[in-house]
Write a protein that binds this ligand. Structure first.
Ligand code: PLP
Length: 405
């Protein structure tokens, strides 16, 4: 008897389908802007020089072995990671009430964070979590997997290609007290639209008025501005304001360690006693889920963050990536506005932040970009700026120009 005859065929992941189509496309001129991974100016993956150096040091250590890490991960890594996001003068860190555990990159941090909340959060009504519309495609699935219902809050205004602050604030005001609100710490995926500091202040006001809980997802620290501290500003500001929160942290993008799955979850607790209890439960969750996290990337990041010389080299490498992306934004803007005189307004190309840009193209236009231009991008009009380089940006601008005319 066929035991799985009832299993319906699931649709393929819409984003991960695009690189497959790109590969199969025989066109000579083609561009893949669909996936959020950094590429250098030759279009190749980039191993950060600091990662090469740290790898050499790690592998030449005769004491290196392949033993299990502790359940909640490598302590030198998790404590350095906490300081990196919360800042050396975080009050919660000084008062020793932050629980930090190592996770399977940012995805794992989101998963464990959500699983922990689903079991232990003081829910006021149904288990639901507010996410921006739009958001990273995986947020919804991660929440649904742990029995939490995702609910959209307005975020992006397609008409102005910018933040719909009023819509967002009124949704947060209308949500029941103690709601859990997912916020992108910086470089919002997929829109590239972040709140300004005064806008964060307004968001924090409402979070405090309504006693909401902030579920920060930080997948791009350093990638937005090129500066690790500047990109942590919203998280640090919320801590200062006393908004209760957890933070999901990924080193996939800012250290180029995508496949090594290195990340952390930080839960800011009210006091040391609460932290002890929260740590004990997170440890049980982690044990049942993965037993203990992978060592390789955590060892690299512990070395890179804790060694002053490596840390300063990392900051340079991050700047290299962020500045290349920022320069691509400027060049694309100049091509569209000064050379091709493409109809429409393109300011958003340079005001948006981080890896992604929402071009404003609709699904039908995207279809033409792919089929006639061989430019692969997601149906929502998002492009990965990191896929543009000096040899393909002219071609991209020309295709875009033709499609919008
Ligand atoms: N959160 C956001 C907003 C993302 O864009 C991503 C990756 O694209 C992640 C989390 C998780 O990435 P990873 O699991 O590779 O760290």
């Amino acid at each position: 008897q066929a035991l799985f005859s009832q299993v319906p065929l699931a649709p393929p992941d819409s984003i991960l389908q695009l690189p497959i189509r790109y590969k199969a496309d025989p066109a000579k001129q083609k561009i893949n802007l669909s996936v959020g991974a950094y590429r250098d100016d030759a279009g190749n993956p980039w191993v950060l020089p600091v990662v090469k150096k740290a790898t050499e040091i790690m592998l030449s250590d005769p004491a290196m072995d392949h033993e299990y890490l502790p359940i909640v991960g490598l302590q030198e890594f998790t404590s350095a990671a906490a300081k990196l996001i919360l800042g050396a003068d975080s009050i919660a860190l000084k008062e020793d009430r932050v629980v930090s555990i190592q996770t399977l990159s940012g995805t794992g941090a989101n998963h464990v964070g959500a699983l922990f909340l689903s079991r232990f959060y003081a829910w006021n009504g149904p288990r639901q979590l507010y996410i921006s519309n739009p958001t990273w495609g995986n947020h919804k699935s991660i929440m649904i997997n742990v029995g939490i219902t995702p609910v959209d809050y307005p975020y992006y205004d397609a008409a102005t290609i910018s933040l719909n602050l009023e819509g967002m604030l009124s949704a947060l005001r209308a949500a029941p007290e103690r709601s859990v609100i997912l916020l992108h710490a910086c470089a919002h995926n997929p829109t590239g639209v972040d709140p300004t500091q005064p806008q964060w202040a307004q968001i924090a006001d409402v979070m405090l008025q309504k006693a909401h809980y902030a579920f920060f997802d930080c997948a791009y620290q350093g990638f937005a501005s090129g500066d690790l501290d500047r990109d942590a500003a919203a998280v640090r500001y919320f801590e200062k304001r006393g908004v209760p929160m957890l933070v999901c942290q990924s080193f996939a993008k800012n250290a180029g360690l995508y496949g090594e799955r290195v990340g952390a979850l930080h839960v800011l607790c009210a006091d040391k006693d609460e932290a002890t209890r929260v740590r004990s439960q997170l440890s049980i969750i982690e044990r049942a889920e993965i037993s203990n996290p992978p060592a390789y990337g955590a060892r690299l990041m512990a070395k890179i963050i804790n060694d002053p010389a490596l840390f300063s080299q990392w900051n340079e490498d991050i700047k290299t990536m962020a500045e290349r992306i920022i320069s691509m934004r400027q060049e694309l803007y100049d091509l569209l506005t000064k050379e091709l005189h493409t109809p429409g307004s393109w300011e958003h190309i340079t005001t948006q932040i981080g890896m992604f840009s929402f071009t404003g193209l609709n699904a039908a236009q995207v279809q033409i970009m792919i089929e006639r231009g061989h430019v692969y991008m997601t149906a929502d009009g998002r492009i990965s700026m990191a896929g543009l380089n000096s040899s393909n940006i002219h071609y991209f601008a020309e295709v875009l120009d033709k499609v919008v005319r």
